[in-house]
Design a binder for this molecule. Sequence first.
Ligand SMILES: Cc1ncc(C[n+]2csc(CCOP(=O)(O)OP(=O)(O)O)c2C)c(N)n1
Length: 585
Amino acid sequence: MATAPGYGSDLVVDLLRAAGVEYVALNPGATYRGLHDSLVNYGGNRAPELILTTHEEVAVGLAHGYAKARGAPMAAIVHDIVGLQHASMAIFNAFCDRAPVLVLGATGPMDATRRRPWIDWIHTALVQGTQVRDYVKLDDQPASVAALPESFLRAWRVARTEPLGPVYLCLDAGLQEQALEHAIALPDVARFRPPPPPHADPQALDEAARRLVEARAPVIVVESLGRRPEATAPLCRLAELLAAPLIDLAGESQGRPSVPGDHPLDMSDARVEAVSEADVVLALDVTSFLSGLGETDRSTREVRYLNAAAHVIAISLDDYAFRSWAHTFQSLAPVDLPIAADAARALPALVAAVEDRLKGDRRSAPRQARAQRIAGRHAALRVESQTAVQAQRGLSPLTPAALAAEVWDVIKDEDWILANGTARGWARRLWDWRPERSYGGSGGAGLGYGLPAALGVTLAHRGSGKVCVNLQSDGDLLYVVSGLYTAAHHRLPLLTVMFNNRTYGNDEAHQETVAKTRGRPVENKVVGIRIDDPAPDFARIAQGFGVHAEGPIDAAAAVGPALRRALRVVKDEARPALVDIITRF
Ligand SMILES: Cc1ncc(C[n+]2csc(CCOP(=O)(O)OP(=O)(O)O)c2C)c(N)n1
């Protein structure tokens, strides 16, 4: 095997390796045959190792999940225009979720004299990156081999600079296949590190501490703070100091969870009452303010503020993440004290400032009383959830809540990771909910995310002994069902539990709302929406891809044993398993 780079694409392998990229997910294509050869025959298919996917959306979704779990990007390689178009949905999700993914693509050759007739022409664009430019942080297309290292290192740094996000680097086919005439020195990657995320302005932080300490009813709202798992401890400390309810919006808006389910100040399930009573709201890494501070009428789409009078303090980097194409920035909410900073990084300083102000503070008695009242309400909400699920257990087919409870029974003694899904929020309510064990949703609400991302999470945890669980809805899986091949081929030990309601449930609910609003027959809500004639047999589909699978199961008593058998396959054989369980809508 060659030890010195002989071609432009060998140099790309050297750069990937120097950057520490462990894996490259791909779906093959001739525009990057040079790079493909280099990864296999120059790099030896190790560090980075190839992960074969059967669709570019799977390749990027997998890299998205990996980045969240690993805290560092991997790469996804997508064939010219056609691969990039397939990848685009997943790139958008990663962009909204602020997940760093290095998307490598290819085009050309841009030198038309070296193009094969027809195919090289039909798949070459000016400039290919424009296809995804509105939802990557940077796209680039180096025009010479000598320009490659700089282009790569810039993209690699930009992806990992807060606010994080995907980048797209297009490698001209001719450039990849160009023989190197002389050695090209590799720059020292360590000298191109991303800067640490920005701190908060100390004066603004002090003003925030004053407002919060003086507040009658402060509330803390978080949406994606859990992107930085280290934020959970200071977040809880701050809430305890202030006796402030914690509202985690992650479930509603697909952010990243950051509030432990058993924290006595967790009031995520009583958001409306907590926010309505608040006089000061601290929003940490919140983009969708109205998901936290507002209420929407499902039939009229009317949105109203629950509490327009509350003083709002917001710490986030959102103002550095603006793009104009999709309105991912959400509605423009009034903020009284905006602080442009990395919320996770600012939190310890805010905690210290609050501690300082609380020294000698004479209002500790009302604060304690408030903490007790909230803890009482929290405990009552937990009991309500338990009571609700107990009433549903044993019903066949299962409700989502009952299935979440069944899964918990099976994994609760494991070192579990929730790789995807929420069971409609029931995992948070019923499990010993540790936000650092979960990775939130797609970010962009683009379906086809769940399985690929869960595979990426599993890849990131491979060999750790952790049990990765995917709570998988049927509609979402059908976009990317061939991802099961990647699971089997690479022996990724993911436990997939299907919440199979045989419908696009979210849309069924919308059609019901419209029918009721318009006085039209509600029973027609299923037309063009149900996935039950014929019902896809997910167990047979999975078996066809080489995955251990059981189902469909609709008898409650059969669920636990099937899940246990699947868990054994995942743990003992380090292979993927799927259990298809029918759930009620
Ligand atoms: C790519 C894409 N296409 C369509 C939609 C619209 N959509 C949102 S939710 C949903 C239904 C999802 O069904 P499923 O995954 O089975 O989950 P359920 O709502 O039944 O729990 C659809 C079609 C979308 N969000 N993304």
